[in-house]
Design a protein around this ligand. Structure first.
Ligand code: DX5
Ligand code: ZN
Length: 220
């Protein structure tokens, strides 16, 4: 399991230090939540901030776009330093084309599904993505409660990917993830877990990371 702390819950007044602390703690991925105030009610940050962080960090930048018509902004996020771009199925009528464009920029491509979007959206797109992101809260804010239906959805997604010969597609779960639900998420097929409030609220980060990884181990 890879743990990807979500920057949204970091201390915004000292981001460079936060990043250094994450790297020193052994974190390898950073999840960056981009919100446009249209697809989701909240507004966060954009390419300039990612670019500033890129110059300070070697972490894998996993950029989660919660924005309408994400294809308009791929280049800006690539140039800012994204390693992976994840788009929402609900925001793009041509998700296949956009996923191909992300890969053509030499980035990993991911598709995210809202809690209410069925996994059937994935069946004919599996070859076009490196990662499937299942939202386990309604996107928009950190600190929300994990939706327990996610476990069944995750098992169904894992089975679908296996059945269609796409088990190389990794599965990420985002929203309300904490050490208490980590074992069950890993057992159900999650490869990457995003954690915002349940990670950043707990220092030192090395200890918190260890807590998550130990929980993950017991789910394997
Ligand atoms: C929600 C975001 C999440 C969020 C996770 O819309 O996509 O990445 O920051 O935060 P927690 O772990 O607090 O739910
Ligand atoms: Zn996210």
């Amino acid at each position: 399991m890879i743990l990807a702390p979500s920057l949204l819950s970091a201390d915004f007044s000292r981001l460079a230090e936060e990043l250094a602390e994450l790297e020193n703690a052994g974190v390898t991925w950073l999840h960056l939540d981009i919100m446009d105030g249209v697809f989701v009610p909240n507004i966060t940050f954009g390419p300039p901030l990612i670019k500033a962080l890129r110059s300070r960090s070697k972490l894998f930048f996993d950029v989660h776009l919660m924005i309408e018509e994400p294809a308009r902004h791929l280049l800006a996020f690539r140039d800012a330093g994204a390693d992976m771009i994840v788009i929402h199925a609900e925001t793009d009528r041509h998700a296949r084309r956009t996923l191909a464009e992300i890969r053509a920029l030499d980035l990993k491509a991911g598709l995210a599904l809202n809690p209410g979007t069925d996994i059937s959206a994935v069946r004919w797109l599996a070859r076009d993505m490196d990662m499937l992101l299942l939202m386990s809260v309604n996107p928009g804010f950190s600190g929300q409660k994990f939706l327990p239906e996610t476990f069944a959805k995750l098992r169904a997604a894992k089975k679908l990917l296996t059945d269609i010969g796409a088990s190389d597609v990794t599965i990420q779960v985002d929203g309300g993830v904490c050490p208490e639900n980590t074992a069950e998420l890993v057992a159900a097929g999650a490869d990457v877990l995003v954690s915002g409030s349940s990670f950043f609220g707990h220092k030192p980060y090395a200890t918190r990371l260890k807590t998550f990884m130990l929980a993950a181990k017991s789910g394997q």
